[in-house]
Write a protein that binds this ligand. Structure first.
Ligand SMILES: Cc1cc2nc3c(=O)[nH]c(=O)nc-3n(C[C@H](O)[C@H](O)[C@H](O)COP(=O)(O)O)c2cc1C
Length: 187
């Protein structure tokens, strides 16, 4: 049953008014409607410094990375929502993934994930997902083939944070179904 699936939803932006946080919230709502147990992560709550191997050797993982890993570990599936910075993944997002990949507990391995992106530009952040996909694959994450990209995202949401037109809502709802279906099959 869908209600047994625990999903960590995260946007790779720190901004309070982040378009990707809005998209993540809509995704979390869609998954919740389908019966999933959703944990919506804000990277401000798990802040961590840039990865430094010397710091890791001296002190282990920083508290933010430990907290992030704990939330990854208990999730069966992930929904990554990525901004696009200079055609790729924002450093905040990549840095968090790099920290979380450390250690012997392999919190990504064998999990299922779906990807979304939002950008004011015409490509909707699609190029960040082209780079995020192989990063996650290298960590053992299974990725659902479909993804959602929201172009002109600064015009896409109303004041309540909902899509102004049904087109994107249908896409997010479809991706949520795909993610839960894949998580059930893998689980
Ligand atoms: C350093 C930087 C690089 C960016 N590069 C791109 C880019 O390559 N493609 C794009 O569509 N938008 C780019 N943008 C614009 C972001 O898509 C826009 O700021 C977006 O709102 C960021 O996501 P957020 O709203 O979730 O914080 C860039 C923004 C910054 C700050």
């Amino acid at each position: 049953m869908a209600d047994t699936i625990r999903i960590l939803v995260m946007a790779g932006s720190l901004r309070v008014d982040s378009l990707n946080k809005k998209l993540a919230r809509v995704g979390a709502e869609a998954l919740t409607r389908l019966g999933a147990t959703v944990d919506l992560l804000d990277f401000r709550d798990v802040a961590m410094p840039p990865y430094d191997g010397d710091d890791e050797t001296a002190s282990g993982l920083p508290p933010g990375a430990i907290a992030f890993k704990a939330r990854l570990a208990v999730a069966q599936a992930f929904l990554f929502v990525s901004p696009e910075y200079n055609n790729s993944i924002p450093g905040t997002f990549k840095n968090a993934i790099d920290w979380a990949s450390r250690g012997d507990d392999h919190v990504f391995d064998g999990k299922i994930a779906a990807l979304m992106a939002a950008s004011p530009g015409g490509a909707g952040g699609m190029r960040s997902l082209l780079h995020l996909r192989p990063v996650l694959t290298s960590l053992g994450v299974w990725l659902v083939p479909d993804q959602v990209t929201v172009s002109k995202a600064h015009e896409a949401f109303d004041e309540a944070g909902q899509f102004k037109v049904p087109f994107y809502q249908k896409q997010v709802d479809g991706l949520a179904v795909s993610l839960l279906d894949a998580a059930r099959r893998l689980g």
